[in-house]
Design a protein around this ligand. Sequence first.
Ligand SMILES: *Cc1c(COP(=O)(O)O)cnc(C)c1O
Length: 396
Amino acid sequence: MIYADNAATTKMSKTAIAAMLPYMDEIYGNPSSLYSFGQQAKEALESARSRVAVCLGCEAREIIFTSGGSEADNQAIFSAAKMGEKKGKKHIISTAFEHHAVLHTLEKLKKQGFEITLLDVHENGIVTAEQVAAAIREDTCLVTVMYANNEIGTIQPIAAIGAVCREKGVLFHTDAVQAAGHLHIDVKAQNIDMLSLSAHKFHGPKGIGVLYAKRGVILENVINGGGQERGKRAGTENIPAIMGMAAALEQACASIDENAVKLSVLRDRLIAGLEKIPYSELNGDRTNRLPSNVNLCFEGIEGESLLLLLDDKGICASSGSACTSGSLDPSHVLLAIGRPHEVAHGSLRLSLGEDATQAQIDEMIASVTEVVTYLRNMSPFWRDLVNGKRQHVFAE
Ligand SMILES: *Cc1c(COP(=O)(O)O)cnc(C)c1O
């Protein structure tokens, strides 16, 4: 099997698993207990918090552990909205190609009377700091722009956007779920006030994540109950997962440059191979993208059929995000970068893991080429294109 869906989730590293085991076995106490056995868990929890803080360039007390990226996004946005509302500021700026954890939270706020501006995304998959600056108003309380897009992998100018927000006194949140462990993060240098990450996207366990909130940001609870996480996130802490996440994040952050060098060579080889297929186009900027991300559209192809036939060949891929699969709507990300509906349906995302090999890349190129050719030969839509009854969207 070739697993090329690392943007959806990753395999846990041996390091992460080893870091978790003692906390499922011997050190299972509740960190809120007063006896010393529970205190051992408490010490582990606080050491993990410090280690995560070092990876992000912040202080330990600015870290809240959540159940993952979605919860962190929800909490960041609701908190900023509440802070804004108190000052009569009910305008939020985001982008059209955010993850649904952000977009659906914003929709909820819209129903509560907030005004939401979703910035257009340039056809290369990038939003600029100038666009953000032009959209900021007197009543803007939050700007939330993702660090790297989960479908097309494009990297946003986070530090520049942060600088604009800082200058105008507007809170800046970034969904860094695709970036953490893969791109460098320094919340101070990048002017980030709030940031979300999720362990299962960098070889840590599922169901655990982080919300970084700069000192001074007042957090609203999404989960209510006990006083864990300084009263900002109730529920007995998932110590094994937190230990696994801290270990995975340290390991990933230590090898960002090395992995980027290796993966971008494989990525570019895969892109070059797939672009040889006629009437195909790369989605998103060629270089300003995650070293692991390959995403193309093929004219005259139904993404779902492509995925099923690739599955038969032992290749795990995706046609967008796991969240939209199962629905017939084309990806909102591909529509945001201007792909017409009929082409957006024929997309393929291959997201590489650090253990990918050149042989696997070449096998993927051969398999995708074969499957695309096969599907086109059976397609009445494709026949119309060939006969000139329909116009091509892409050049050959
Ligand atoms: C995966 C992902 C999320 C959701 O994270 P979970 O931990 O699965 O809730 C949010 N944003 C982006 C960009 C993602 O890729």
